[in-house]
Design a protein around this ligand. Sequence first.
Ligand code: ZN
Length: 211
Amino acid sequence: MANENTVQEAEEAPLEHADVEVELEQGAPPVEELDPETRARRDAALARVRKLGDPVLRASAVPVERFDDVLGSEIDRMGELMHDALGVGLAATQLGVLHRVLVYRVDPEEPVTALVNPELEWTSEEVEVAEEGCLSLPGVHVEVERPARVRVRARDRAGDELEIEAEGLRARVIQHEIDHLDGILILDRISREARKEAMRAMRESREAGEP
Ligand code: ZN
């Protein structure tokens, strides 16, 4: 079934424009190409991610006030889970923790970046359209329009201030994860028709036994 799904998706989503072709969060090779161990780890990680229908995904997360070991281990856990799930970003909300914390790693060579209490300080007027997926929406890949560049103010795990300027995939991941902290999903950023199509893809993915 997973095979059929993949083929179908490939046919349905020809990207004609020059935008980066990425699958946010699920930026991994096709599932059927994973070795059994990696796949088992991914499935176990995905099983711990809250899925559409869980009310926590619609809640607004609250700012972190204490920068202590508890926060540190929460961030480490998020980074590990994101890694195991083969994702490029994860918001605490997706694990049922309503803290304004997100992690991302766009390039496998770089360390995981954690943003605590992130605020979009500036977004470009220029927008880009690219395909996104979401660990909370298995099987869904939709084209989402977002500002191409952003400037974000946040704190790191120690509570020190960070200012990050990002573009391309990095800017997209940060915006996607900040959306999670506000209870917003990619389904809210697409047309009604695209949403219907996405819901169908998610149903099919569930029926195919994806975690
Ligand atoms: Zn997501």
